[in-house]
Design a protein around this ligand. Structure first.
Ligand code: PEP
Length: 252
C-alpha cells in the first residue's frame, strides 16, 4: 500500500493567531502544485481556529500539539480532543519528547490520549525516541520497543487505520544533529517490525513512520529516500514559510 509522505511542522510555543495566519498566507502560493504529499502544521491551541480558517482549501492540515484524554472535567489548563477538533484540528501530536521530559507524559498517558484522539477522529502522530545516553549505552531498541508497546497499548487494528508514528531521537531535536539517513532507516525498519508484531502486517505496511530531529531543506531528500521513512516532523525549520515549503517540496 502506498504511504503518502506526511511533512509536518511542529510550531511548539511559537506564533500568535495573527502570525500563524500570515505564515499560511505566505506558504499557500509556495506549496501550490506540491502533489503526492501531505503538508501539515501543529500549532498552539490559541492559534488553532484562526490557522484552520486561513488554511481552508490550501491542502495544509492543521493540528494540535497535545490533548488531555478526558472529554471534559476539572482539569485546569487542559484541552480535550473534542475541543481541539472543534477549534479546527485534524490531527494531534502525542507524546512529543518535550512533553515527556518537561510535563510528565508517560507511555500510559500517551495510550489514553491516543484513544481520545481516535474517538474524535483526530489523526494521531505518536512520538517515540531514545535519549543520547540510552543510545550510547546500546539500549535504543529496548527503549523504543517498550515505548511503542506502552504508547499503543489497547489499540486495535481497526483503530490503527489513521495512526502515524514519529521517530524523534531526543539527541537530534533542536540540536542541529540529525540522525544519518542510515541510522534513521535502521530504527524505522525496527519500528515497522514492532508494528507487525503488535498490530499485524496490514497495519505495519500502511502506517506512516515520520523522522524528526533537525530536519532541514538540505537533508530532507536523503532521509526521504530511505524505504521506511514516510515523512518528517519538523521543529525549527518549519517556522518560516520558505524553509517549510522547501521541505514539503522535497524531490522524490
Ligand atoms: C520537533 O519539534 O519535533 C523537532 C524535531 O524539532 P527540530 O526539527 O527543531 O529538531
Amino acid at each position: 500500500m502506498p504511504r503518502t509522505p506526511f511533512l509536518a511542522g511542529n510550531w511548539k510555543m511559537y506564533k500568535t493567531g495573527a502570525e500563524a495566519v500570515s505564515f499560511i498566507e505566505s506558504a499557500r502560493p509556495l506549496l501550490a502544485g506540491a502533489t503526492g504529499r501531505q503538508a501539515a502544521v501543529a500549532v498552539p491551541f490559541t492559534a488553532l481556529a484562526e490557522t484552520a480558517k486561513a488554511a481552508a482549501g490550501s491542502g495544509i492540515l492543521v493540528g494540535a500539539q497535545n490533548i488531555h484524554w478526558e472529554k471534559e472535567g476539572a482539569y485546569t489548563g487542559e484541552i480535550s480532543a473534542g475541543m481541539a477538533k472543534a477549534a479546527g484540528a485534524s490531527f494531534v501530536i502525542l507524546g512529543h519528547s518535550e512533553r515527556r521530559q518537561f510535563f510528565g507524559d508517560t507511555d500510559e498517558w500517551v495510550s489514553k490520549k491516543l484513544q481520545a484522539a481516535i474517538s474524535e477522529s483526530l489523526i494521531p502522530v505518536v512520538c517515540l525516541g531514545e535519549s543520547l545516553s540510552q543510545r550510547e549505552s546500546g539500549d535504543t531498541f529496548k527503549v523504543l520497543g517498550a515505548q511503542i508497546k506502552g504508547s499503543l497499548a489497547g489499540l486495535s487494528e481497526a483503530q490503527a487505520a489513521s495512526l502515524i508514528i514519529a521517530y524523534e531521537p531526543v539527541w537530534a531535536i533542536g540540536t542541529g544533529k540529525t540522525a544519518t539517513a542510515a541510522q534513521a532507516q535502521e530504527v524505522h525498519a525496527f519500528l515497522r517490525g514492532e508494528l507487525k508484531t503488535l498490530l499485524g502486517a496490514k497495519t505495519s505496511d500502511s502506517t506512516r513512520i515520520l523522522y524528526g530531529g533537525s530536519v532541514k531543506p538540505d537533508n530532507v531528500k536523503s532521509l526521504m529516500a530511505e524505504p521506511d521513512i514516510d515523512g518528517a516532523l519538523v521543529g525549527g525549520a518549519a517556522l518560516k514559510p520558505d524553509s517549510f515549503a522547501q521541505i514539503v517540496k522535497f524531490d522524490f
